[in-house]
Ligand binder design. Structure first.
Ligand code: FAD
Length: 377
């Protein structure tokens, strides 16, 4: 077989290459990544790394040893599907199979003031150095990353203000009723909800209505956008995540996409999923590798029950499943520590569950949701 070119040397890209070798693929594998570091895990960045407790570490992998051509600091500019090549500053790279694993990039707000975002190891090192005692840190967005950053900043003695557009932290992901339960965790900080930031300017953070909040450090944590601009005009469907089927194939069966850059069709939930969680980037590579090695005979599909976690303010939040707007939620506070929430659909089936400091229960619910449901028909 001809070369497999994997674009994006993050978790999904790196694991795809290793899975290919595990399945006995003997052809050329080229892994192209624009960052200077060897592939690494991102979750520790917003936790131990910015808190100054550990450095970012590369993923355990011997690329050279298993014959993976890893080219760092190599940004792919575009792809030509007809010519079967991707274009880099150093010239074209030909492929038989292409894997899009370019992840996602943080969104910014308007304005000419400095906005720090957190995606890479160098972002984390820069932020860590700015979180000094007494620094006025404004965190825009009280969602997953915002809460983890606020927690680290408080631990380092900063004066932290959180600004959230929604009526409660995490409200966009979990709804305002659940989200409001997390507001108390921000106690050491000043959390303001239902506020709209219009711009970040050199004199501070500008709110709708004219108020300006002065800051030494502004961290913008308002979400990410799939890094797929390099695929514009290629003919692939961009949502902007790359649309793929449950085998993670695009409309071109030899072009795959996975991880934060992809939106796959989920037979389980009968909708397109675009979750951007570590677990997804960890599990999807086996499906792509199997597709490349076995072709149509591959039996693996990517149809997971989504799972993610967040460590914030000394607690672990975990979510498993996928709830829709019409699902009903019930909350259980009957534990010594933590609490849980469960979402059910109109037929009373469990669609999603949330655990706060309840890892064992979440693991059990995850298992339950993974078990195929019979209709009894
Ligand atoms: P990425 O890890 O983003 O890798 C993509 C790579 O492609 C990057 O290195 C990028 O530079 C490169 N690239 C992009 N464009 C190009 C191009 N044109 N040419 C070449 N290379 C390119 N998830 C959880 O479930 N729990 C957590 O607690 C959690 N914490 C997180 C904390 C932080 C700070 C961040 C940023 C993410 C966190 N996540 C967490 C999400 C998780 O890390 C991501 O879902 C995962 O990294 C996605 O992996 P990926 O390989 O698809 O993308």
């Amino acid at each position: 077989k001809g070369p497999v070119v994997v674009v994006g040397a993050g978790l999904a890209g790196s694991r795809t290459c290793l899975e290919l070798r595990k399945l006995g693929y003997e052809g050329r594998i080229v892994l192209l990544g624009e960052e200077p570091s060897l592939p690494y895990d991102r979750p520790p960045l917003s936790k131990a790394v910015i808190a100054g407790k550990r450095e970012s570490k590369p993923l355990k992998a011997d690329y050279e040893g298993v014959g993976i051509e890893l080219r760092l600091q190599t940004r792919v500019e575009s792809v030509d599907l007809a010519e079967r090549e991707v274009v880099t500053a150093d010239g074209p790279v030909a492929f038989d199979n292409l894997v899009v694993a370019t992840g996602a990039a943080p969104l910014h707000l308007p304005g000419t003031g400095e906005q720090l975002t957190l995606r890479t190891d160098s972002d984390a090192a820069a932020l860590r150095d700015r979180l000094t005692e007494g620094a006025r840190v404004v965190v825009i967005g009280a969602s997953w990353i915002g809460a983890e950053v606020a927690h680290a900043a408080l631990q380092k003695g900063c004066a932290v203000a959180g600004l959230e557009f929604h009526p409660a932290p995490l409200a966009q992901a979990l709804g305002a009723a659940i989200g409001s339960r997390f507001a108390g965790w921000w106690n050491g900080a000043t959390l303001r909800t239902s506020v709209r930031v219009v711009a970040v300017e050199p004199d501070g953070v500008h709110l709708e209505g004219g108020e300006v909040i002065p800051a030494d450090v502004v961290v913008t944590g308002i979400g990410v956008r799939p890094a797929t601009a390099w695929l514009r005009g290629s003919g692939l469907e961009l949502l902007p995540a790359v649309a793929v089927n449950e085998r993670l194939q695009t409309s071109d069966p030899n072009v795959y996409a996975l991880g934060d850059a992809a939106a796959w069709w989920s037979p389980r939930f009968k909708c397109r999923m675009d979750v951007q969680h570590w677990d997804d980037a960890f599990t999807a590579p086996a499906v792509v590798a199997s597709g490349i090695v076995h072709g149509d005979a591959s039996e693996l599909v990517h149809d997971p029950v989504p799972y993610f976690w967040s460590d914030q303010f000394g607690h672990r939040i975990e979510y498993v499943g996928h709830h829709g707007p019409s699902d009903t939620v019930s909350i259980d506070d009957g534990y010594e520590r933590g609490w849980t929430a469960q979402w059910s659909d109109a037929d009373g089936r469990l669609t999603a569950a949330l655990g706060v400091d309840q890892s064992k229960l979440v693991a059990a619910w995850r298992k339950e949701m993974l078990t195929p449901q019979t209709t009894g028909a």
